[in-house]
Design a protein around this ligand. Sequence first.
Ligand code: ADP
Length: 399
Amino acid sequence: MSPKVLVINSGSSSIKYQLVEVDSGEALATGLVERIGQPVGAVRHDGPDGRTSLEQPVPDHEAGIATILELFATHGPKLDASELTAVGHRVVQGGDRFAGPALVDDAVEAAIDDLSTLAPLHNPPNLAGIRAARRAFPTLPHVVVFDTSFHSTLPPAAYTYAIDQEVASLYSIRRYGAHGTSHRYVSHRAAELLGKDPADVNVIVLHLGNGASATAVRGGVSVETSMGLTPLEGLVMGTRSGDIDPAVVFHLQRVAGMSTDELDDLLNRRSGMLGLSGSSDMRDVHDAVEAGDERARTALQVYYHRIRAYVGAYYAQLGRVDAIAFTAGIGENDDIVRINSLAGLERLGIAVDAERNEGRKKDECVISPDGSEVTVFVIPTNEELEIARQAVELVAQQG
Ligand code: ADP
């Protein structure tokens, strides 16, 4: 029987879940519990009966997990602990303590809690989901997969910030990266699609969603990534600025009297495409450009410019690039972004074929011309499958 894993991604006000059949990679059920803690929560379950949507109060994560169990019981598939190999959990920040997945016990829970100082918005709700799920499935192994683990192979030259190293060490300041589960899945798929062992392939992955990051993968391992201590650094995102001169922060403190919280809000929630164009959603930005909005046009130029700069930098770090892979909401759906971000890189062997690139891509495909030195792919990411696979592998090792 193919192993099945219930994958849980528990955020501050939502829990996403998927029941994954690992051998086929198929999602037997997916769902989302939203607006946790608000007067009325929204619940969606896609299972063998089709879609079920409900509105009901979901006061906390405990209630969220209970709701998920009820949905499986009522609408299927049957979620019997005896049929599950593990419950897999996504955790954002593993710091330098977790270079791979971990079997949850009280010590691992405490470590995730300790690491909350580095990810105050993410680790606490991740942990709330883990605790509730452990109570719901006390006999099953629970495996945590960290967004940072894939980047644990970054060399010191890539993860060290050029600041006073005493301060850096005292406060754990370094590049940790994020989206690692996606970068691992996509870079390894790119190698498989090239018919090669990941150990023999160099790939640049462009994960372009609401959050966005680039990773240079050499021989199957991450050697450089654009997100830093937090997911604020790097590419232009939906609402985050990405790279910025840190002096902007002191300048705004001094001349505008902005507080730490206001600056956090500015750079994390009111910048990026939202700050540049007025909308964080790429579809709206394109519509605005069509309608002649100059701000939106400039916003896209900034977005492409940053991606191109990272591709060039990662090319230089890798020395040889076999593939570039686009993934996530924008990478998979936005042909305009794909073709423009890689424009003008022909001298590096990078080109996009306009016809192949056209349209949204639900399936893996090549969008570079035949015979290109660098194969450009669109590879839909599948973080849930990656988490499920890592969970099964870890349980098998322990068993
Ligand atoms: P995250 O998981 O980081 O929240 P996603 O990977 O789901 O984000 O990506 C969400 C983004 O993808 C949206 O904000 C939107 O800009 C973009 N997107 C989704 N569909 C399309 C589309 N058809 N065309 C262009 N952009 C799209």
